[in-house]
Design a protein around this ligand. Structure first.
Ligand code: F6R
Length: 369
């Protein structure tokens, strides 16, 4: 049942190109437009939406953080992403024009369920992004967009995360399409790139041996830090979460711009720091800033593990270890940048003798608040 892999997690990491392709299947028509009739929220309702609120937990929350960048950029609708467990306790401002997006692999997470119940009581429309047919969260939502990752058995979420991202991009692009935002041309080119992305994920998977080797060499470390900017920031948080839950190591993700506001004090000799580097094309200001961040931490002794796009030469002099990922549009980069972090955490867990598919103290679906 593990299809020749030692762990479900390895199998599920390997299934990501298919999971991504399946989640796009039938949702882009021949003319390159999105066809999401299955969502069953009428266009006039989507045109009226004046705020999007995303609620989710854990890895799904990281997908939601990335979605915020995409939704605001492509649709110009204000968007906030909140931990489901915090959401209802702060008396959030919601009404009929609020679209709440609840993201959940299992569809049974109690925190997310309670958040969406609260949202519906306030009159908001709830769209679920879910991987499990007929589970409670989609049943209690106004609409659902299923991710087609297939069953995810390993406790640590991998392929579900990539498909949650795809679903979030589809929702963002669809909102843009329905509302005819000024990003029209960009939307079409992004849809084209998105339909190619499964091949890019495949390419990343084919180059992971050095990442595994690196992970094994770090098995005795106590701490690993992760840095990113823009959509690379949630990717850094996700890399750190994977390492905590699988390798039981102290791992933290930071927005690289925050370093100087405190965390840089943590940098000491030979501390492994993973840095997710934005594309030097696109928003190059961000790229240049992160290159200075890498220089700063390296000057203070950090061992830099740099994840950067093919052809990005600026990072080479400051990378102790360089992991290449294919060039993608800025907002889609998490789909390729997350993969090495999953492999890294899985290999470190194995090297430390941990149970990969069933980490201690964790359950696959968390049905208590
Ligand atoms: C991390 C992980 C958890 C889940 C979280 C939400 O690898 O698996 O953080 O992402 O418990 O679960 P779902 O998506 O089922 O609501």
């Amino acid at each position: 049942e593990k299809g020749g892999y030692d762990y479900f997690m390895l199998k599920e990491i390997a299934e990501q190109p298919k999971a991504v392709a399946d989640t796009l299947l039938g949702r882009i028509d021949e003319s390159g437009r999105l066809a999401l009739d299955e969502v069953h929220i009428p266009d006039h309702v989507l045109r009226e939406v004046n705020k999007v609120v995303i609620v989710a937990c854990g890895t799904a929350y990281h997908a939601g953080m990335i979605a915020k960048y995409a939704i605001e950029h492509w649709t110009r609708i204000p968007c906030e992403t909140e931990l489901a467990s915090e959401f209802r306790y702060r008396d959030p401002i919601l009404d009929q024009r609020t679209l709440v997006v609840a993201i959940s692999q299992s569809g049974e997470t109690m925190d997310t369920l309670m958040a969406l119940r609260h949202a519906r009581e306030q009159g908001a429309k709830v769209l679920a992004i879910c991987n499990t047919n007929g589970s409670t969260i989609p049943r209690e939502s106004d609409a659902v967009l299923y991710t087609h990752a297939g069953p995810e058995v390993a406790v640590a979420s991998t392929k579900a995360f990539l498909t949650q991202l795809v679903a979030c991009y589809l929702v963002a692009l669809y909102l843009g399409q329905v509302r005819g935002t000024k990003w029209g041309d960009e939307i079409h080119s992004v849809i084209r790139e998105l339909s190619q992305i499964s091949t890019e994920v495949e390419k990343v998977l084919a180059t992971m041996e050095p990442v595994r080797e690196l992970a094994r060499s770090l098995a005795e470390k106590n701490t690993v830090l992760f840095l990113g900017r823009h959509v690379g920031f949630p990717v850094a948080l996700e890399g750190a979460l994977k390492l905590k839950e699988l390798a039981y190591m102290h791992a933290e993700g930071f927005a690289a711009g925050e370093l100087k506001h405190g965390p840089i004090a943590l940098i000491e000799d030979d501390l492994p720091v993973v840095v997710v580097v934005p594309s030097p094309r696109g928003r190059s200001v961000l790229h240049d800033k992160i290159v200075s961040n890498i220089q700063e931490i390296r000057a203070r002794g950090a061992r830099t593990i740099v994840i950067a796009e093919e052809g990005d030469e600026a990072v080479v002099p400051y990378a102790d270890h360089l992991v290449r990922i294919p060039a993608t549009p800025t907002l889609l980069q998490p789909l390729v940048a997350t993969v090495p972090l999953q492999v890294f955490a899985c290999e470190l867990a194995t090297a430390r003798g941990n149970e990969v598919d069933q980490p201690r103290n964790l359950a696959k679906s968390v049905t208590v608040e």
